[in-house]
Design a protein around this ligand. Sequence first.
Ligand code: SAH
Length: 249
Amino acid sequence: MTREQTGSVVIAGLGPGDDTLITKEVRIALDRATDVVGYIPYVKRIAPRDGLTLHASDNRVEVDRASHALQMAAAGKQVVVVSSGDPGVFAMASAVFEALEKGPKDWLDLEIRVLPGITAMLAAAAQLGAPLGHDFAAINLSDNLKPWDLIEKRLQLAGEAGFAMAFYNPRSKSRPHQFARALEILRAACGPQTLISFARDVTKPTQSITTVTLAEATPEMADMRTMVIVGNRDTRRIGRHVYTPRYAE
Ligand code: SAH
């Protein structure tokens, strides 16, 4: 088999939305791809061209999608699996490795590379100022892949430990009450005056950003297009900016 016929899987992050935030190495990988695999709205971001097949699939079929990508690579294709933000953050990179672990042994010889992207948390933090300038925890609030009890425990302990926090998947229509419960836990663990920011559609034309105290926060301020960032007790506002000092006592 010649080198050109050797397949590969590249797992690439497309960043938070603005195309200027797609890295050059991701663009190069997309230019070389024969097949792009991903969740429908992310695949929509890829321009069609001759020689490129787009495979868009629905949410919650991540491991099937990953197996499909590995199968195509085993057949000699140059496959790019796309995620929004960074592919290693609550996204497709782990799903590809889960499929690899379950799949035939010869998949282990495939070339597999993960190309980082700008994750929503960092894009949101940059718009706000520097709310993650000290220690922080990134937490996925969806209970699709873990029990809600574990999420409550992590919120409680991260709050008590004084971490700032960044929440992905904060609130969906199928579980509207959980985010209200999360806010209750945070008020008790972090104090009601702690700042909380809601950054929606970050870097997209529809971007909106609001910062309030935990006492003022309501569940409706978040949806699945929102990144929620909770400060620590030292996080403060200066003019339009929100920042967390680098030091702690
Ligand atoms: N891999 C992605 C995260 C996927 S989880 C990344 O690294 O960014 C999906 C969640 O990410 C959404 O529910 C939302 O909380 C957040 N998110 C993704 N893009 C966003 C954006 N442009 N603005 C605000 N939040 C975003």
